[in-house]
Write a protein that binds this ligand. Structure first.
Ligand code: GLN
Ligand code: ZN
Length: 770
């Protein structure tokens, strides 16, 4: 039996890579300094994995920006628009690489970045490969070979990791018509073979190919492509021990394809899909020589492994195949885990009691090694003690007072249908709200946040450091809020917002005030490039201790006669952007959050707020990988939103906001949310994405964003009027609102002022034209 790892976080346990990248990008350091940091991180990671007892340690899992972009450059997939850069001797290969990742504007050169999108159902974003019909692949495998040699000099024979050819093609995008990217396989395989040849020349023994598309439903052609690829590799490189890794879900309908692969090892995600092990073992379809890599340690969440449960799975596999054909592994690359729990020393952030339930990347490796020796019955006395302790921790977890709150559980179980329904149907509410709010046609509003200026952020930092008293901090925020209300009144907006200056982040702000949430000091996870997020950890039943936002919303409302919109983050988004407990279904945790938000909504209403927005930008990203699982998710997710929104009277207007507008396949679920008003991103698609609302005859009100907030550009009035005229052709005017695409927190004040003045003027023009 062996231990293996699929990939290790590369950002550095204290985000050393992030800092080095940003220094380099800002021109403060040389490329050598950046490369030194990168090398030091690799070394530390390799040695750490060795020390933790990992037999097959990955290489080429490191990246300066993104592993998919690395492979694009390795295979010579450089889009045409970068060729000038590639051929220009004054730009290095690193300049080219970062230009592809981030775009470049320098010395008269102006090239946009490649597109970025989410890596399956994680919060990691990769750079989308671009393919042309006559795509030529040209290998430069320096990174792969050098990293292998670098580890070898530390006396570690690594297992190079590559994204498999089929997944690489499917991750990309056709940049011209007339072909499907999977048709490029014939051209692509020789390039991969070239890399395998180079690896075998330096006597690499193992290679791991990630083919996470096996967790999605592949067409027959794609299944054949998988088979052809690996049959080909194995026959040409019989000495390489090839692993095909699948993760994030089971093989599903691809199972026969996967089991027929003549490869050395198949990796399974047994955290997402423990039941597939039985299917595989009982099918007897596995080749007699194929090993199974059992992904029993969760690579995507922060919880300590349950050894008893993992050992049951391992034992079953050993009984069928024998220990020699088994590897123990994390479920997927540890890229998605924070680095090291040992760094968490601040008891006030993460108490010892909570820490006993957690494991980050480094600890997960130790778990993998312990599981192997437990399964092998090595070091019996020491290991049995570890097993006993582990069982104790998990037994205690079942009743721990810190986790379990009977009141919350009872409240969830006593929910009835009327709790997720507004008192009256929308047409009745709409009439009552019209009377209560007295808004013009094409009412104007914003999405919530106003610029989080350097000053605002420095106040928060100084308050946290103790350099500002609570009173001083409050006074500054009050002043900023007041000025923002005054600006909105002056400008003539119809529904005002307080500006969200008191908030750091739209989830953290709520998590910090809710029971059941904990925060780490160093629990960073790479989101893309140098960007990291530090998701809260939901460890226990969620409840609200006291009102969370009422003070600021009520304060803002006290300054104006115009309606102020209360601002909340919705239950699905809070869930989606956190590490979620795994001892109960996600739906249960989501419902608990929904009830906490519901209480806040009711309190805002009591405090005199007539409009309340519950943001749900993450509903879409919560969709499961396989379509057949969508409905189950959407049922509980939409219901959670409705629970949060349904405690108020008909006169109170509930808004929701989403930062996108691809609703084609979920429009009926979005309509089911029954928000009185939904604001969405629309300007970049020139309102085209509104089509689906029109076709569906979406019954409630909509604010299709009229300008893009991602750029400082001030939109022209005529542009916005034209967009609204387009919208009005699709949606009855009585249903339309005018607002920007999203919150304004990343913008500066000058362009914000100008843009909103123009937007209000555009609304007036629309009204006059009616
Ligand atoms: N109310 C939030 C804001 O304006 C919404 C942000 C979001 O949807 N991502 O900042
Ligand atoms: Zn948004």
């Amino acid at each position: 039996m062996k231990t293996t790892n699929l990939g290790y976080p590369r950002i550095g346990s204290k985000r050393e890579l992030k800092k080095a990248l940003e220094q380099y990008w800002s021109g403060n350091t040389t490329i050598e300094a950046l490369l030194d940091t990168a090398k030091a991180i690799r070394k530390e990671n390799w040695l750490l994995q060795k020390e933790q007892g990992i037999d097959l340690i990955p290489s080429n899992d490191f990246s300066l920006y993104d592993q998919v972009l690395d492979l694009s450059t390795t295979l010579g997939c450089i889009p045409e628009r970068y060729q000038a850069l590639a051929n220009n001797p004054s730009f290095s290969s690193y300049d080219l690489y970062f230009a592809m990742a981030r775009g470049i504007q320098k010395d008269g050169i102006d090239i946009t970045a490649m597109e970025m999108t989410k890596w399956f159902d994680t919060n990691y974003h990769y750079i989308v490969p671009e393919f042309t019909k006559e795509q030529v692949f040209k290998v430069s495998a320096g990174k792969i070979i050098n990293e292998y040699k670098e580890a070898l000099s530390l006396d570690i024979k690594t297992k190079p990791v590559l994204i498999g050819p089929v997944s690489f093609l499917l991750l990309g995008k056709e940049k011209e018509d007339g072909f499907h990217r999977i048709d490029l396989l014939e051209r692509l395989l020789p390039a991969y073979e070239n890399i395998l040849q180079q690896l075998s020349d330096i006597e690499a023994e193992y290679v791991q190919f990630d083919e996470p598309y096996l967790a999605l439903d592949l067409s027959e052609k794609e299944q054949r492509a998988i088979h052809q690829t690996y049959a080909n590799f194995v026959s040409k490189f019989p000495n390489l021990k090839i692993t095909v890794a699948n993760y994030f879900d089971c093989f599903g309908a691809n199972i026969d394809t996967a089991l027929a692969l003549p490869v050395h090892t198949l990796h399974l995600d047994l955290v997402r899909c423990p039941l597939q092990l039985d299917d595989i073992l009982e099918s007897n379809k596995l080749n007699s020589y194929t090993h199974l890599s059992l992904g029993v340690v969760d690579g995507r969440n922060v919880w300590k492994n349950n050894f008893e449960e993992s050992l049951k799975l391992i034992q079953k596999a050993v009984d069928h195949l024998g220990g020699d054909r088994i590897l123990i592994a994390p479920s997927c690359s540890l890229l998605h885990s924070p680095c090291d729990l040992d760094l968490e020393t601040k008891e006030e952030n993460l108490s010892g009691e909570i820490k006993q339930w957690l494991a980050f990347a480094k600890q997960k490796l130790e778990e993998v090694a312990t599981l192997k020796s437990l399964a092998n019955k090595e070091n019996l006395s020491e290991n049995l003690e570890k097993l006993r302790k582990n069982s104790e921790v998990h037994a205690y977890k079942k009743t721990a007072g810190l986790i379990h709150n009977q009141k919350v559980k009872q409240r969830v179980s006593s929910l009835t249908q009327k709790d997720d329904q507004r008192k009256s149907p929308f047409p009745v509410r709409q009439r009552l709200q019209k009377e209560a709010l007295d808004l013009p046609l094409f009412p104007t509003t914003t999405i919530g946040s106003f610029p989080q200026t350097k000053e605002v952020r420095s106040w928060r930092a100084n308050f946290k450091k103790g350099n500002l008293s609570a009173e001083e901090y409050n006074t500054l925020l009050e002043k900023e809020t007041q000025e923002t209300i005054e600006f909105q009144e002056r400008t003539g907006l119809d529904v005002l917002v307080h500006g969200e200056f008191e908030r750091n982040d739209m989830v953290e702000y709520f998590g910090e005030q809710l029971n059941g949430f904990a925060f780490t000091s160093f629990g960073w996870v790479q989101s893309y490039g140098s960007r990291c997020v530090k998701p809260p950890i939901i460890y226990g039943d969620v409840s609200r201790e006291a009102p969370m936002t009422v003070k600021w919303s009520a304060f803002a409302q006290s300054l104006t006669k115009k309606p102020v919109k209360g601002m909340l983050t919705g239950p699905v988004t809070i869930l989606q952007w956190s590490f979620v407990r795994n001892d109960q279904p996600r739906s249960e945790t989501c419902t608990q959050i929904a009830l906490a938000i519901r209480d806040e909504v009711v309190d805002l209403e009591k405090a005199g707020l007539k409009v309340i927005q519950i943001d749900e930008p993450a509903i879409r990203e919560g969709l499961p990988l396989r379509k057949e699982d969508w409905n189950t998710y959407l049922d509980w997710a939409i219901k959670a939103f409705r629970i949060s929104a349904s405690g108020v009277n008909d006169e109170t207007q509930i808004h929701t906001h989403m930062c996108y507008s691809e609703f084609n396949d979920i429009i009926s679920n979005i309509a089911d949310m029954d928000a009185d008003v939904i604001t969405i991103e629309c300007s970049r698609s020139q309102m085209e994405l509104l089509d689906v609302f029109a076709t569906f005859k979406y019954p409630n009100e909509i604010g299709p964003g009229v300008y893009d907030i991602h750029s400082p550009r001030v939109p022209e009035r005529a542009e916005m009027v034209a967009l609204m005229e387009k919208a009005a052709k699709q949606i009855p005017t009585e249903q339309l609102w005018i607002n920007p695409d999203c919150g304004l927190k990343t913008r500066h004040w000058p362009e914000t002022r100008e843009a909103l003045i123009e937007m209000v003027a555009a609304a007036r023009e629309c009204r006059e034209k009616k």
